[in-house]
Design a protein around this ligand. Structure first.
Ligand code: SF4
Length: 322
């Protein structure tokens, strides 16, 4: 039986907001998947929303009915004041039970840990790949002990890379160890190719063979494998459904994937033969239930189509002409 962390349990429900605190990081891991747009910049994002003011973070948390937040980067600990500010804001707006987990590549100092007490619930350490063979002599070990003494749940979270078995001796010191399937990205593609790695298939970003590097650790109950497919098909889908339930209009259909589907009629000023409560006028378009539009399409002039998109005005997945 696997012992999932509290942060992972909420992530499975799609209930974790992702707060990308900063794109700045003193490390330069060859496998770093951060996009070129975010890397090295100090802009913060809540899911895909750029945070310009505190209200942006709160609004994003509300539209997905977030039960927790995972804070990532870049290196969040280099933006300590912003980290404390946003954690305090989240706890005061959503209650102290709003679960916050923090990723960091650093071994946090005692002073840093003390400042985060009561604000962060779970810490996920990412020791650099080159330090794994000497992990027991590294500064991560005293940091793990100190963090657990102070009441944090503490885990290691690393991508699946050759040599993972070197982390086995640390497992008893941790609450959990998460292994993320190594993922191909636009920014690490050259480094992947130069090491002879390739994509597992043409549908996902997973790197071929990444699961095999983790096998020896996966026999431990505290070790959890997080696949690329899971992130796409469960975590994202569940989060989209939560957003859709809060933001869909009465005529939007919410799909099993968490997308919304509606009909669009570009009516060009023609008389509208529908009740007001059946549609929304958006510029010179009429948005309405796709099945109502499909039923009347052949009697209506102008262009008509069905749109499927991520909720709350998100990316368009498909447009089907009627
Ligand atoms: S520690 Fe994380 S953010 Fe920093 S370079 Fe490595 S993978 Fe990227």
């Amino acid at each position: 039986m696997q012992e999932l962390s509290e942060g992972c349990i909420l992530c499975h429900q799609g209930a974790k907001m992702v707060l990308f605190l900063t794109g700045i990081c003193p490390r330069n891991c060859w496998y770093c998947p951060i996009s070129a747009e975010r890397r090295g910049g100090d802009a913060a994002y809540a899911n895909d929303r750029r945070i310009v003011s505190d209200a942006d973070l709160i609004e994003e948390g509300r539209i997905m009915s977030a039960l927790g937040t995972g804070i990532t980067g870049g290196e969040p600990l280099i933006a300590m004041e912003a980290l404390i500010h946003y954690c305090s804001l989240l706890k005061s707006e959503f209650g102290k039970e709003h679960h916050i987990h923090l990723y960091t590549g650093k071994a946090p100092s005692l002073e840093e840990l003390r400042r985060l007490q009561g604000l962060v619930d779970e810490i996920r350490l990412h020791p650099p790949h080159e330090c794994w063979p000497e992990i027991l002599q590294s500064p991560y070990i005293p940091a793990i002990r100190a963090a657990r003494d102070l009441g944090f749940a503490v885990g290691i979270e690393v991508p699946s890379l050759p040599g993972l078995e070197a982390l086995i001796p640390v497992v008893p010191l941790l609450d959990f160890l998460n292994i993320n399937e190594l993922e191909w990205s636009e920014t690490n593609a050259n480094a992947m190719r130069s090491r002879g790695y390739d994509l597992e298939d043409c549908h996902h970003n997973a790197v071929g063979g990444a699961r095999a590097w983790a096998e020896e650790l996966l026999v431990h109950a505290r070790v959890h494998w997080c696949s690329s497919v899971f992130k796409d098909s469960v975590q994202l889908r569940e989060r989209l459904k939560r957003i859709a339930r809060n933001t869909a209009r009465t005529f939007d259909e919410i799909t099993e994937d968490g997308t919304v589907v509606y009909g669009v009629w570009e009516h060009s000023g023609q008389a509208i033969p529908f009740d007001h409560d059946l549609y929304e006028a958006v510029g010179d378009q009429l948005h309405m239930a796709w099945w109502v539009l499909a039923e009347h399409a052949k009697h209506l002039p102008g262009t008509k189509y069905v749109v499927e998109r991520y909720p709350n005005g998100g990316i368009v997945v498909e447009v089907t002409p009627l």
